[in-house]
Design a protein around this ligand. Sequence first.
Ligand SMILES: Cc1ncc(COP(=O)(O)O)c(C=O)c1O
Length: 447
Amino acid sequence: MINTDISTPIITYLKQLESQGITDIEIICEKLFQQLNRQIELGLYSNDRYIEFGSDVAGTVVSATGNFKVECILWCINHYLGLNRNANVINKVCEAVKKFGTGSGTSALSGGMSSLHKEVELKIRNLIGKENVILFPTGYSANLGTLSALPGKKDLILFDRESHASLIDGIKLSGKKWMTFKHNNVNDLNLKLQKYSQNFENIFVVVESAYSMSGDIAPLREIIELKQKYKFLLYVDEAHTFGIYGKNGAGYCSELGIVEQVDFIVATLSKATASIGGFLATKSKYLPLLKWRANSYAFQACLTPSDAAAILASLEEIENNPQIVEQLHHNNQYMRQRLTSIGFNLGTSKSPIIPIFMPDEATLISLNKELFTRGIFSVSIFYPVVKPKEGRIRFILSASHTKEQIDKTINALQELGIKYNIIPPSPLAEWQDDGYSWTQTPESSLV
Ligand SMILES: Cc1ncc(COP(=O)(O)O)c(C=O)c1O
């Protein structure tokens, strides 16, 4: 029997239909379409909403069908530093559009780059301290292109079980042998390296410095220690750490002083640096193969000159105003300590991504719906995006979130957490104010 529970998320429902042996895509699509429409009608569907005037820490959220609008504090956007609203960044982008025009028109390989794109590559190369940098149109296509193109016929790719879809897609597209290891588990990685290191020409170990669904930080130092025992190439995706860790935002590998030991550093430019694009920083010897075999590099138009200008201006802001990054980390500390002190389960998260784990899907959906009616918006994350029974609401912090916005969110969560029996009725501990001065990030909300 098909489970037609109205609150079953679309992606979970799809899995259920497939597991019941339904293969006809016409039937599957019809059922998903009906489920989605019923969820939209009942306000249970939190995806596909959009922000009327674009990404920020607060704004007007418009429903998927456009038939209602709610003023909300926003927790689903990866602009960690709020630089997409920074006056200097916006001015530089406007200047770039006037001088360089809009689209880039073709791929980097076919002449789509401008001097601004080249400046981005050089700037990131110097910032991270790798021999070379290659710019991709997005973070997704940087992973897709690199991992599909690089591994050889007799290689093995070992990757963390909670890796981002772009890493997994790249690995699968490569057609090479792959295997997962348990999330952040160096012992499991060690066992697999021990078992397989003799059987393959090269082993690629693929991890993220901070994980997008959990906010967990990877044990990179311990992973690098394994290099003393086994020969492997280490690939680190810094999507959630580039721009917000390390000197001048050089990333988490730079903060740990391990850039040299990491063979491939990839990151997106759509998060801390408020633009779009992705890069790979590595040794120059890998670039000819990549440029000619990574289809997402060779056959995809590159980012626009104004995207490149936004990246350059964002990196300049990070360098000139370190207090923006400090504000982000302070917001993170404040919010997670208060949430923990009132009894929420934040898992093992540490980076400025706070997952609040929910006991079951029904609670997750109802609680998130109530949060939305109180003007607090974030998306629900369910199986199969995360493991079954590990559903969560994810709060992505920005330096631009104000104390008032954070407090309002925590108060609503506390009230609802008690109502749904997720946290004890009285606070476990009082939050101690550390006297930090809550200055709004300079110019972050001027525009
Ligand atoms: C770990 C990780 N890698 C890659 C990407 C893809 O980046 P983009 O969305 O900029 O293409 C993301 C995006 O969320 C991510 O979280």
